[in-house]
Design a protein around this ligand. Structure first.
Ligand code: FE
Ligand code: FE
Length: 168
């Protein structure tokens, strides 16, 4: 089903569709993060990916909770955007031989995924509130806060040492 499918008539339909989209994305990230941790050389980066893997498993559970609160079946719809981000990350990582440069590339790829999630959760939270479901919004907000913290930590790692090492 495309985003502008006729099956999406109301804001609630849109909310549900994007919930299914981000559910798919989170599950793909649970599969991708161990590979990224494997490839990372910097210890803090590796640990950061593993920590976010655990958080991401919680993101999946929170989405299942929101489906249930809405009386909906837990369902994922393909999200070509996250598939593309993960595929590109794999391709770039495969082409970078220098380990320090690879760390910089991995941070960049991870931030692309975090920014995707931040956009999706931002709208989902706004829509949930608009639809009178602030209970769902506050659950989704916990995840959004973790995505933003992860993004900021990645920036600090890049600017604090990884980029410098990659350039030297
Ligand atoms: Fe997430
Ligand atoms: Fe994330």
């Amino acid at each position: 089903m495309g985003l502008f499918s006729k099956d999406i008539k109301t804001m609630n339909d849109l909310f549900v569709h994007q919930l299914q989209d981000i559910y798919y994305a989170e599950k793909q990230l649970v599969k991708a993060l161990p590979n990224m941790a494997d490839k990372a050389t910097d210890k803090q980066l590796k640990d950061g990916f593993l920590k976010h893997l655990e958080e991401t498993k919680t993101h999946v559970q929170r989405l299942e909770q929101v489906f249930q609160m809405q009386g909906l079946a837990v369902k994922a719809v393909d999200c070509p955007a996250i598939d593309g981000i993960i595929k590109e990350a794999d391709e770039v990582a495969g082409e970078v031989a220098d380990k320090a440069v690879l760390d910089a590339a991995l941070i960049n790829a991870a931030q692309a995924a975090e920014h995707y999630e931040i956009v999706r959760y931002g709208s989902l939270i706004a829509w949930a509130r608009q639809l009178g479901r602030s209970d769902c919004a506050s659950i989704l907000q916990k995840t959004l806060d973790e995505e933003k913290t992860t993004d900021q930590k990645l920036t600090s790692l890049a600017e604090g040492k990884v980029n410098l090492r990659a350039a030297s």
